[in-house]
Design a protein around this ligand. Structure first.
Ligand SMILES: Nc1ncnc2c1ncn2[C@@H]1O[C@H](COP(=O)(O)OP(=O)(O)O)[C@@H](O)[C@H]1O
Ligand SMILES: [Mg+2]
Length: 248
C-alpha cells in the first residue's frame, strides 16, 4: 500500500510543506499590503466620482463630453464598490451579530462576480425573503460563503457552468444557505476527506487544503452544520445550516 506523501520527515517539515507554508505566508503578506493599497485608492476614487457627477450636472456640456464623463463616473463607481468590498472582506473587526443572510449573500455575489466572469460562470441567486434573523457576525458569514463559492469557481476553471446561491428558512427557525455548482464533482474517496486540514487536490501554490477545514470550524462554532453532496460529472452542493435567533 502506498502512503500519502510524507509531510514530516523525522520531525522536520518536508520540502513540499515548507514550500506551501512559504507561499501561504507570501499571499498573506500580499493580502495585507493590498488592503493598504486599496485603502489608498478610496480617496481619489471618491474625488473622481463626485467631480464627474458635478460636471454631469452642468448644463452646457457637449453631448460627447457628457457621454465620456458618464463612462468615467460609472467605471469609477464600479472600482469604488470593489475597493469597499475588499476592505470590508479584509477587515478583521467583527461586524457585530445578526447578519442579514440575504444581504451577505448579495455582498459575496458582487464580490466574486469578476472571478465568475473570468471563467464564464453565471452566478444565480434564489433568496427566501422571509428568513428569521441569525445571531451571526456578517464578516464570519461572508468568509464562510466566499470559501465555499471560490472552491466552486476554481472547480469550474475549465470554463462555463453555473453557481447558484440559495437561502431557505428551515424548521425551528433555522436558516440554510445552499451553494451549488455544475462543476466536475468530487470523487467518493476525496469526498470523505475534504474537511481534513491540508487535504487538497490542487497543485502546491493553488490550494492550502485549509479552506473547508476553517469553514467547517467557523460554522460549528456558530452552532451550525455543513453538509455536502456531490456527483461526479454533475456538480457539488454545500449546505450550511445555522440556528435562528430564539424568539423572545
Ligand atoms: N465545489 C467543489 N467542486 C469540486 N471539488 C471541490 C469543491 N469544493 C471543494 N472541493 C475539493 O475539496 C478540496 C479541499 O478544499 P479546501 O479545503 O477549500 O482546500 P483548497 O481549496 O485549498 O484545495 C479541494 O482541493 C477540492 O478537491
Ligand atoms: Mg479552498
Amino acid at each position: 500500500m502506498t502512503k500519502p506523501a510524507d509531510r514530516h520527515i523525522d520531525g522536520v517539515i518536508s520540502h513540499e510543506l515548507l514550500k506551501q507554508l512559504a507561499y501561504n505566508e507570501k499571499m498573506a503578506e500580499l493580502g495585507r499590503i493590498s488592503a493598504g493599497v486599496v485603502h489608498e485608492l478610496n480617496a481619489p476614487l471618491s474625488v473622481i466620482v463626485s467631480a464627474s457627477q458635478m460636471i454631469l450636472r452642468e448644463e452646457d456640456v457637449p453631448e460627447f463630453v457628457r457621454e465620456m464623463i458618464d463612462r468615467i463616473n460609472i467605471e469609477a463607481q464600479r472600482l469604488s464598490q470593489m475597493t469597499r468590498g475588499i476592505l470590508s472582506f479584509s477587515s478583521q473587526e467583527e461586524a457585530g451579530g445578526d447578519a442579514d443572510v440575504n444581504l451577505t449573500i448579495e455582498f459575496v455575489l458582487d464580490f466574486i462576480c469578476y472571478e465568475a466572469a473570468r471563467r464564464g460562470v453565471s452566478l444565480m441567486r434564489d433568496l427566501d425573503h422571509r428568513l428569521p434573523a441569525v445571531g451571526v457576525d456578517s464578516n464570519v458569514l461572508k468568509q464562510i460563503i466566499i470559501n465555499i463559492a471560490m472552491n466552486a469557481l476554481q472547480a469550474m476553471e475549465a470554463g462555463g457552468g453555473r453557481l447558484l446561491v440559495e437561502s431557505r428558512a428551515g424548521n425551528n427557525s433555522e436558516v440554510s444557505i445552499v451553494i451549488a455548482d455544475t462543476g466536475p464533482g468530487i470523487a467518493e474517496n476525496a469526498l470523505a476527506r475534504i474537511f481534513e486540514p491540508y487535504f487538497t487536490t490542487k497543485r502546491p501554490g493553488e490550494g492550502t487544503g485549509l479552506g473547508l477545514f476553517v469553514t467547517r470550524t467557523l460554522v460549528e462554532n456558530l452552532g451550525g452544520r455543513i453538509e455536502v453532496s456531490s456527483s461526479v460529472g454533475e456538480g457539488t452542493s454545500f449546505t450550511v445550516t445555522l440556528p435562528g435567533e430564539e424568539p423572545g
